[in-house]
Design a protein around this ligand. Structure first.
Ligand code: PFF
Length: 453
C-alpha cells in the first residue's frame, strides 16, 4: 500500500521547474563527458549529429517522462503502477530505481574528485607542475583510498541535505541559486578561453564540421551522450514531472530544458577547446581532459589560479544539481512505497547507495583487482547503467506512452486538459511510436555487442 500525502510537494514556479530539471540534465555529462567525447569524435561533426538526436529523440523521450509523471503524481514505480494497474509496466519503475542506485554510486565518486580539485586549486597545488606530473597527480589521487572516500562522503552529504529539505524548499530553492551561478561562471571561463592567443583553432574545431570524421560509432556515441546528458531513460524526469503543476506547459518546458542542456554543453566546449588549441594539446585526450589537461592549461595561462578554482567549483555545482535529481528518484520511491518519512528515506537511500559508492570509489585503488564480468565495480555500474539500463528504460517509456497509454490520454496531459495548443502531437506520436524505439533499439543492441557495424 502506498502512503501518498494528500498535499504532494511540487515545484512552486515555472523558473523553479526549469532550474531543477535543467539542473538535473546539466552535469558532469556536459562539462566532463561532452568535451572529451566530442574531441574524440571529430568536434563539429559530432555536435551536429548530437543536436539532431536531442531534437528528434531526446525531447520526445523527455516529454513522455513528464507526461507519465504528471499524470500519475507518483514516484517512478508508483506512476507505472497507477497508470497501468495489474500490468507489469511497473518493472520499468523498478529498473529506474535500480539505475538510480548505480548512477548515484559512480557519479558521486567522480563528483567527489571535483572537491579534491577545488582544494588543490585553493592551495595552488598545480603550480609549476609539468604535464607528466599533473598526470601522476591525478592517478596517485584516484589510486589512494582515503581522500577519494572522504570527498565521496562530503559530496553525498551535500546531496542528502538538500534532498531532506524537500522539493520546493530543497531542490527548487538550491537549483534556482546554483544554476544562474553556473551559467555566470561558465560565461566568464568562455570569455577567458576565446580571448587567448591561438584560440581560433578550438572555435573552428567545434563549429566547422569535417564530415569525413563521421563513422557509425560517432552516431552511436552521439545518441548515448544525448540520453545521459538529458537525464532520460530512468525516470528522473518522471519523478520531476510529478512535481510540475497542472497549469505548466510540459512541451515548452521540455524544449527549454533540452535547449539549456545543449547550450551549456556548447559553452563547455567553448571554454575548453580554445584553451586546448591555444596550448597545443590533443583535443581527443579522453577522460583526463578535464582533470589532467585543464590544470595543465590553467597553470600556464594568465589568471590561471582564479580560473582553475572557478572551473572546478562549476563542475561541482553542476554535478550536485544532478546528484540530487538521482537521489530524489530513490527517496520519492521510499517515501511513497515504503511509507517512510522524508528524512528517514534520505538516510536509508544514501547509506545503501554509499555501500555501492564506496566500492566504486575503491575501484581505482584497493579494489582495482576485484573484477565482475571483466569490469571493476565502478566500470560495471557505469557500463550497465548508461549502456543498458538507460536505453532500455527509454525504449520502454516511449513504448508505454505510444502503445499503452495512448494518444488521447497523452494529448490530454500535454494540452493541460485541452487548454493548450499541441500542434506537435501527431509528429510526437509518430516519433515515439516508431522512430525513437527503433533508434534506441539500435544503439542498445550495438552497445551490448549483439550487433556489430
Ligand atoms: N544528466 C546528467 C549529466 O549530464 O551529468 C547525468 C544524469 C543525471 C544522468 C540524472 C541520468 C540521470 F537520471
Amino acid at each position: 500500500m502506498s502512503n501518498i500525502p494528500s498535499e504532494r510537494d511540487s515545484f512552486g514556479s515555472r523558473f523553479g521547474v526549469i532550474a531543477a530539471t535543467a539542473g538535473s540534465a546539466i552535469g558532469l555529462g556536459n562539462i566532463w563527458r561532452f568535451p572529451y567525447v566530442a574531441g574524440e569524435n571529430g568536434g563539429a561533426a559530432f555536435l551536429i549529429i548530437y543536436l539532431g538526436f536531442v531534437l528528434l529523440i531526446g525531447i520526445p523521450v523527455m516529454l513522455s517522462e513528464f507526461t507519465i509523471g504528471r499524470s500519475a503524481q507518483r514516484n517512478v514505480f508508483g506512476s507505472f503502477r497507477k497508470l497501468a494497474p495489474g500490468r507489469p509496466w511497473y518493472l520499468i519503475g523498478i529498473m529506474g530505481v535500480v539505475a538510480a542506485f548505480m548512477i548515484l554510486a559512480f557519479y558521486t565518486a567522480v563528483a567527489g574528485w571535483t572537491l579534491e580539485y577545488i582544494f588543490q586549486s585553493i592551495i595552488n597545488g598545480f603550480e609549476g607542475l609539468s604535464s607528466g606530473q599533473l598526470n601522476d597527480m591525478y592517478f596517485s589521487f584516484i589510486g589512494s583510498p582515503w581522500r577519494p572516500l572522504l570527498w565521496f562522503f562530503v559530496f553525498m552529504s551535500f546531496t542528502a541535505l538538500i534532498i531532506m529539505s524537500g522539493v520546493q524548499k530543497g531542490i527548487e530553492k538550491y537549483t534556482k541559486i546554483l544554476m544562474p551561478v553556473l551559467l555566470l561562471l561558465l560565461i566568464v571561463l568562455v570569455v577567458r578561453a576565446v580571448t587567448l592567443p591561438g584560440a581560433s583553432g578550438g572555435i573552428s574545431f567545434l563549429f566547422k564540421p569535417d564530415f569525413s570524421k563521421i563513422t557509425t560509432s560517432t552516431i552511436l556515441e552521439a545518441l548515448g551522450q544525448a540520453f545521459f546528458s538529458l537525464s532520460i531513460g530512468m525516470g528522473t524526469l518522471v519523478t520531476y514531472g510529478s512535481y510540475i503543476q497542472k497549469k505548466d506547459n510540459l512541451g515548452s518546458t521540455a524544449v527549454s530544458v533540452a535547449f539549456a542542456d545543449t547550450f551549456i554543453a556548447i559553452l563547455a566546449g567553448l571554454a575548453i577547446f580554445p584553451a586546448v588549441f591555444a596550448f597545443n594539446i590533443e583535443p581527443g585526450s579522453g577522460e583526463g581532459l578535464v582533470y589532467i589537461t585543464l590544470p595543465n592549461i590553467f597553470q600556464q595561462m594568465p589568471g590561471g589560479y582564479f580560473f582553475s578554482l572557478m572551473f572546478f567549483i562549476l563542475l561541482g555545482v553542476a554535478a550536485l544539481t544532478s546528484t540530487i535529481s538521482v537521489l530524489e528518484v530513490i527517496v520519492a520511491f521510499f517515501v511513497e512505497e515504503l511509507r517512510l518519512g522524508r528524512k528517514a528515506a534520505t538516510l536509508l537511500a544514501t547509506s545503501s547507495v554509499s555501500i555501492l559508492g564506496v566500492m566504486c570509489v575503491l575501484s581505482t585503488s584497493s579494489m582495482a583487482d576485484v573484477k565482475l564480468f571483466g569490469f571493476t565495480v565502478f566500470g560495471l555500474m557505469n557500463f550497465t547503467s548508461a549502456n543498458i539500463l538507460l536505453p532500455l528504460g527509454g525504449f520502454f517509456i516511449v513504448i508505454f506512452v505510444a502503445w499503452y497509454y495512448g494518444r488521447e490520454k497523452a494529448g490530454n496531459e500535454l494540452s493541460n486538459g485541452g487548454k493548450l495548443k499541441t500542434r506537435y502531437l501527431p509528429f510526437y506520436m509518430f516519433v515515439i511510436k516508431y522512430m525513437a524505439p527503433l533508434a534506441i533499439a539500435f544503439i542498445f543492441l550495438q552497445g551490448v555487442g549483439l550487433i556489430k557495424l
